[in-house]
Design a binder for this molecule. Structure first.
Ligand code: NAD
Length: 351
């Protein structure tokens, strides 16, 4: 198989990580790096990578099949369009663009030039997500899933420098939100009905330092998506309710459990418990005798790795796992979240 040559554009935190990702795939290799910062080019040289003096020099190099764009969010659109027009295939970091209209502009060029454009929505391969997706799609472990809560929470504020700036596409909706929303739409086979949201500005930045969004789907599924950077105590990564049980995944270490009714034994009536200044049967825990507890079990990915898929797409032997229309839908959902949060209203999603 002919080797595909990839040049990394933007050799910061994520660009550097792509060297490993590409290294783990077949049929593609990182042949060079371009970054506007001389210090980053120096780091690339120390890693034995060829560097380019300008983006134009990357595009002029006929040996380059594809570029990876891992620069701040506001620069993705122009860099992608330039690369596609120069006849290069493009992998772009998330969030692909700041608006859905910007993505449409890129896709029009990709179509005209007949080049591949794929967005690195890497968290479709996260183990915790694959477990929840399996629950949703197979309806085996907790029956029909009707409510999903997906959260990431930290106490370290908005990271870095450009992520604090609106003009550069900063803020946590565009940063972590795009991952959680992409996961949600990738596993939910239904049209979105409504979107409500609260944007957090606790830290005083011009961009959101987190958000909470409640999303309803036409099939009755509801989802609560939350990203926080001011959480000194964090809630579980996933809380999932189905008609036959509840699953909790605490963290990326996959700690957690599934508690489900045991249909092989007669239901044991709950006993009233003392709750504060009263008694309750309704809120008593389910009886141990008529429920089962199971650990969270890892699910193997049923799809090729990101770069293996990219190479197969370039060779015409596979469809992209991350489809541009899916990425576009996520951006439209993000726009609905901003609209709902900024205007304090429920947005009826049109699709
Ligand atoms: P970073 O600030 O660490 O690195 C960005 C690099 O781009 C810097 O070295 C900077 O000098 C360089 N740069 C800026 N403008 C450039 C230009 N016009 N041409 C060439 N180089 C340029 O940022 P980061 O954390 O690596 O984020 C980069 C992108 O990767 C963002 O879009 C971010 O959202 C994404 N990202 C994705 C994930 C993921 O899990 N998929 C994780 C982190 C970051």
């Amino acid at each position: 198989m002919e080797m595909k040559n990839l040049v990394i554009v933007g050799f910061g935190g994520m660009g550097t990580y792509h060297v490993e990702l590409v290294g783990a795939a077949e049929g593609i290799t990182v042949t060079g790096v371009y970054d506007i910062a001389e210090a980053r080019l120096q780091v690339a040289k120390e890693k034995g990578l060829q560097t380019y003096p300008s983006f134009e020099a990357v595009l002029a190099d006929e040996a380059v099949d594809a570029v990876l764009i891992a620069t701040p969010n506001d620069s993705h659109k122009d860099l992608a369009i330039q690369a596609l027009e120069a006849g290069k295939n493009v992998v772009c970091e998330k969030p692909v663009t700041i608006t859905s209209a910007d993505l449409e502009a890129i896709l029009a060029v990709a179509k005209k030039e007949n080049k591949t454009f794929m967005v690195h929505q890497n968290r479709r391969w996260d183990s915790d997500f694959l477990i929840v997706r399996d629950m949703v799609q197979k309806e085996a472990q907790i029956g029909n899933v009707f409510h999903v809560e997906s959260r990431v929470q930290g106490a370290n504020g908005i990271p870095g420098d450009w992520r604090h700036l609106k003009a550069q596409g900063g803020g946590m909706v565009l940063d972590w939100g795009v991952h959680l929303l992409d996961q949600l739409l990738f596993m939910t086979d239904s049209r979105i009905k409504t979107v409500s949201a609260n944007l957090s500005f606790i830290l005083g930045d011009e961009v959101d330092d987190g958000f909470t969004s409640f999303i309803t789907f036409e099939n009755g599924t509801t989802a609560l998506i939350e990203v926080g950077t001011t959480n000194y105590v964090k809630l579980p990564r996933w809380y999932v309710k189905g008609t036959e049980g509840t699953a909790v995944i605490q963290d990326w270490d996959l700690s957690g459990e599934i508690i489900a009714p045991d249909r092989t034994v007669a239901k044991v009536e709950p006993k009233p418990i003392q709750a504060g200044q009263g008694l309750t049967k309704t809120m008593a825990p389910p009886s141990e005798e008529s429920t089962t507890r199971s650990p969270i079990v890892q699910v193997a990915p049923d799809m090729a790795g990101f770069y293996d898929n990219f190479v197969a797409v370039l060779n015409g032997t596979a469809e992209p796992i991350v489809k541009n229309e899916e990425v576009h839908r996520v951006l439209r959902l993000i726009e609905a979240i901003f609209e709902a949060g900024e205007e304090g209203k429920v947005v009826y999603f049109n699709e």
